[in-house]
Ligand binder design. Structure first.
Ligand SMILES: Nc1nc2c(ncn2[C@@H]2O[C@H](COP(=O)(O)OP(=O)(O)O)[C@@H](O)[C@H]2O)c(=O)[nH]1
Ligand SMILES: [Mg+2]
Length: 391
């Protein structure tokens, strides 16, 4: 058993380096902010244990980290009494293997959890493994513990394997964000909805899914408007869908034309506005649209974000698109990722409700209303919902 540290500016990058070098069997022992003396190597440190022989001096090649960060490494010597640590890790690994076997026997049922030592660090690893920021993960864990102590009668001490703790954790996660899975702002029709967001994020596809599920299915009059006249044929994509669905469609060149189209179609029930995916370079083209959307109180603007985007990039995109003053966050491509912490993270950070999720390319099927339980279920890997339904 050998111990090795990886440093990077994001936990996921450090994990990726470790996985690349040590393979899938290596075990995560710890993950934390790098201590000050190692901070120059990266902001975060993850420690892995592996059975692979680590060659002396073998290391990820510097500069080869996914984010171009120095892929520095720690040798066992960094950890002082390495043998003691290795023994502890071996014990921990045994414990985890026992837990995995129990979970396999009774997949995700509460019985699978009761009495099994799922420690603090394990839940923590799971949270940051889902791309939640380590500081937020720690805060949530601590708050969940407090919740548990304050709430139900003190059965056992704070045993995190306890279904009670799982519930407290889920409640704590749910308390961090809001959902608002519908369309439109005003009391009376038309519901006017605009989708903004980065190119290729899924705006046009999602718009069509919404048109079908929230318009056509209930036989309500729908109009599709496209401001996407910047790229050749971009508006044509939506035109074809409109033709197939048999709903009204206009491509608009100017904000004045957009305002007029809305005015002339007040009799419609649902007006959906598609916008170009402004890249960062040409965001200033979008200034006029941003000004329009941010000041029209009757237009419900959803920021469309791929869940598969790296958390850091996602935050940057969200900040850039704040000029549109989006009211809600709509996450696409949930089928393209396995870590969903960033959904909660951004909803919490911006205090914007989550509206919808998309889970594939199929139109109109792959659309879901956002719900708190779904987000928690995604982050906890399905355990919570199973535990609930079995309870
Ligand atoms: N896997 C997956 N692909 C999606 C999803 N939503 C959209 N896409 C695909 O992403 C690509 C870009 O979508 P599009 O709607 O044109 O994005 P836009 O540039 O934001 O309008 C298309 O190939 C879509 O089929 C989703 O939920 N899952
Ligand atoms: Mg588009």
């Amino acid at each position: 058993m050998r111990i090795k540290s990886y440093y990077a500016h994001a936990v996921e990058d450090a994990m990726a380096m470790a996985r690349q070098e040590l393979g899938p069997d290596a075990m995560l022992v710890n993950s934390r902010k790098a201590p000050p003396e190692a901070r120059h190597l990266g902001e975060y440190e993850v420690v892995f244990a592996t059975d692979l022989p680590l060659e002396e001096g073998a290391s990820p090649k510097a500069g080869e980290g996914p984010a171009g960060t120095p892929a520095a490494f720690g040798t066992p010597a960094v950890f002082g009494p390495a043998e003691r640590l290795a023994r502890e890790v071996a014990d921990l690994k045994k414990e985890l293997e026992g837990m995995r076997r129990t979970l396999q026997r009774t997949p995700f049922s509460p019985a699978g959890w009761t009495g099994v030592a799922v420690g603090h660090s394990d839940v923590y690893s799971m949270l940051i493994g889902s791309d939640l920021d380590p500081d937020l993960a720690r805060e949530i864990l601590e708050a969940a513990e407090t919740r548990l102590i304050k709430g139900s009668p003190p059965v056992h001490a704070v045993a995190q394997a306890d279904p009670g703790f799982q519930r407290a954790l889920a409640e704590e996660l749910e308390s961090r964000f809001t959902v608002q899975p519908d369309l439109g702002r005003g009391e009376s029709p038309p519901r006017i909805v605009a989708l903004v967001g980065p190119p290729g994020g899924g705006k046009t596809t999602t718009l069509v899914k919404l048109a079908v599920n929230y318009g056509l299915v209930s036989r309500r009059p729908v109009l599709l408007l496209s401001m996407d006249n910047y790229r050749v044929a971009a508006g044509e994509q939506l035109r074809s869908y409109a033709a197939i669905l048999g709903v009204g469609f206009q491509i608009l060149e100017t904000i004045a034309a957009l305002a007029q189209a809305i005015e002339e179609n007040r009799g419609k029930d649902l007006i959906l506005i598609d916008t170009p995916g402004f890249g960062f370079a040409d965001l200033d083209i979008s200034t006029a649209l941003a000004q329009f959307l941010s000041t029209r109180s009757d237009v419900d603007t959803h920021l469309v974000l791929p869940a598969s985007m790296k958390p850091g990039d996602l935050s940057r995109v969200v900040d850039r698109y704040e000029v549109f003053r989006p009211h809600r966050l709509l996450f696409t491509k949930l089928d393209e990722t396995g870590s969903f912490g960033a959904i909660l993270q951004e909803a919490a950070r911006t205090s914007k409700p989550l509206s919808f999720f998309t889970t594939g390319q199929r139109i109109p099927e792959d659309l879901e209303t956002a719900s708190k339980s779904r987000v928690v279920e995604l982050i906890l890997g399905g355990r919570r919902s199973e535990a609930q339904s079995a309870a």
